[in-house]
Design a protein around this ligand. Structure first.
Ligand code: HC0
Ligand code: SF4
Length: 579
């Protein structure tokens, strides 16, 4: 260990660590904006983390960026001297000079790292603000999923790092230098035209409101308060375990009951569960996979993650024939809610609007696919991210902590199995499908319901599953995050991958950490494992553990669809992809 002085206190540091890292370990706060430890990002561009040092090789009292300066034995560091505070304040004032400061209307209002840092360094005025300069950088609202408001960008480049190094999509690029530095899409393309897959990981790391979801809470209020419209609301498997934090509950708390209660209070007419549709997808996908097993084309890829579909279409179009044709649970729920449900309940389908609450930005984009509409009627009418749902509750004065829980009561489309519940975490779709495939092949139930070999958390995992019967074993792989996904796509393309079935989730962790989840400050994906544990606990506590044993799924096939993969099921629940 190295000895040094930190604000007059003798402390020890690890060799090679930066002044910033050392200070953090000792509980000393140095403000930062561009730096983000979780994604290994410290470009040193914001210069808010300056400190004063006395150290050999430096001028006495030299100001240095603490994120980029390693500790040295005998160094003396001052983090809060007058000179440091003045320098930090000046840096933040310069950042604010061309930052659109319409904070009251900002998507990041109340949860902004720039606001925090401005408070920390004591900025009290706007000496240099020049609104005209913010006009030089525009707003890109071409994507159905998200808005890039570059008038609020502070050029920290976290988005560039997460998109390039984390996701390997590399859609974003730094343009210009000095005062003209900006973040854009490669080749000057719009977000929509670019190679972006709408995964939303850049939104999760953005410290300000420069990147945000396209807010559609107003549309939802229009539907809720229109007496002619029958509102059908679904929420995704992962939403119930990632939403309580916003209202001060411990991370990973299951708030399913409170969400249902809040939706009823908002005036939702029918509350359904995406978990039900996950069970439906298992039925279709397992039947599809067993058919494909005998054929030439291997492997089959899952198709429920819309950012993965975008990735395949834009980056690996030659692999599209390998994707399962089964629509995602979100879309399957929409189509069944506009056909079977009104038939059963005696409602005019034209009055129905389906609202989804998803931990995902790409679900907003998926909804707009032309092949997911029939005769001009979209299967899903509006998608709210988890963040917008929190905003909607606040706008309506609902505090989740005070909300009495309620439960699902729709007799047709709200029951779910434990298999449907675990869709929200990496490996869950595979585990759910294996439980049903085993049944389809052998008649009975898989004796060991929880498949530990599928439950690790590495970016890519492989397993061999003894399904038995005529099938024997099935070789599977599960990837979460697009870096491991790219690696497996390359292997499949090269013919070196020996798999039958591959599950892909574009976001690291799967939906529990989707790009539409609540944003943490300075942390990337801090709660994945807690949320995942709660999903596994829901599975254990659910009396029915297999999708094919969900009584409402059995009734849907008996009364409406026929068998899995029947002509009717195929017409409603399957889709195609285009490059
Ligand atoms: Fe997911 Fe889904 S599991 S993508 O992660 O498959 O968003 O939670 O809703 O559609 O069910 C997200 C979560 C879903 C879908 C389901 C799938
Ligand atoms: Fe990159 Fe995903 Fe952001 Fe698109 S949404 S720019 S792919 S990180």
């Amino acid at each position: 260990a190295i000895g040094l002085t930190l604000d007059g206190r003798a402390v020890t540091a690890r060799p090679e660590e930066t002044i910033l890292a050392c200070a953090r370990r000792h509980g000393v706060i140095i403000p930062t904006l561009c730096e983000m430890n979780d994604i290994d990002h410290a470009p040193g561009t914001c210069r808010v983390c300056v400190v004063e040092i006395d150290s050999p090789g430096h001028e006495p009292g030299q100001l240095v960026a603490s994120c980029a300066t390693p500790v040295r034995a005998g160094m003396s560091v001052r983090t809060r001297s007058r000179r440091v505070r003045d320098a930090q304040r000046l840096q933040v004032e310069l950042l604010l000079a061309d930052h659109n400061q319409d904070c009251a209307t900002c998507v990041r209002h109340g949860n902004c790292e720039l606001q925090d840092v401005a408070q920390h360094v004591g900025v009290t005025g706007n000496r240099f603000f020049d609104r005209a300069r913010t006009f030089g950088r525009g707003i890109d609202d071409t994507s159905p999923a998200m808005i890039r408001d570059m008038t609020k960008c502070i050029r920290c480049q976290r988005c560039v790092t997460v998109c390039r190094d984390g996701q390997t999509v590399d859609a974003l690029v730094v343009t210009g230098t000095g005062q003209d530095t900006a973040i854009g899409l490669h080749h000057g393309l719009s977000q929509r035209e670019s190679s972006c897959v709408a995964c939303g990981q850049c939104v999760l790391v953005c410290p300000t409101g420069a990147l945000g979801e396209r807010d559609e809470t107003e549309r939802v209020l229009d539907y809720l308060f229109d007496p002619e419209i029958v509102t059908v609301v679904q929420f995704a498997p992962a939403v119930r375990v990632g939403f309580g934090e916003e209202f001060g509950l411990p991370p990973g708390t299951n708030v399913e009951g409170q969400i249902i209660g809040a939706l009823r209070r908002l005036g939702a007419d029918i509350v359904l569960d995406t978990n039900f549709a996950a069970d439906l997808v298992v039925m279709e996908e397992s039947a599809e996979l067993l058919r494909r097993l005998g054929g030439q084309r291997r492997p089959t890829f899952t198709s429920c993650c819309p950012a993965w579909i975008n990735f395949a279409e834009r980056h690996y179009p030659d692999l599209l024939p390998l994707l399962s044709s089964t629509k995602s649970p979100q879309q399957c729920l929409g189509v069944i809610a506009k056909t079977y449900l009104p038939e059963r309940m005696g409602i005019d389908p034209a009055r129905i609007r389906v609202i989804s609450i998803m931990p995902c930005t790409a679900k907003k984009d998926e909804r707009t696919r032309p092949q997911l509409s029939a005769d001009g009627v979209a299967e899903i009418d509006v998608v709210l991210t988890t963040r917008e749902f929190a905003r909607l509750l606040r706008r309506q004065g609902i505090d989740l902590r005070q909300q009495a829980p309620s439960s699902f009561d729709n007799p047709y489309m709200s029951a779910y199995s434990g298999a449907g519940a675990i869709f929200g975490t990496t490996g869950g779709v595979m585990e759910a499908a294996v439980r049903t495939m085993f049944h389809l092949v052998n008649g009975g139930e898989l004796p060991q319901i929880e498949l530990d070999q599928l439950r690790g958390f590495d970016g890519a995992r492989i397993a061999t599953i003894p399904v038995g019967g005529a099938v024997g074993t099935v070789k599977v792989a599960m990837c979460h995050g697009l870096r491991p996904t790219r690696a497996i796509c390359e292997a499949v393309r090269a013919g070196t991958a020996d798999f039958d079935f591959i599950e892909i989730m574009a976001c690291p962790g799967g939906c529990v950490d989707g790009g539409g989840t609540l944003r943490s400050k300075k942390a990337y994906l801090p709660y994945a494992l807690k949320r995942r544990e709660t999903l596994f606990a829901i599975d254990r506590a659910t009396p029915v553990r297999q999708s094919h044993n969900n009584p409402q799924i059995q009734a849907l096939y008996r009364d409406f669809l026929g068998t899995p993969y029947s002509e009717k099921a195929h017409g409603l629940l399957h889709t195609y992809y285009t490059d």
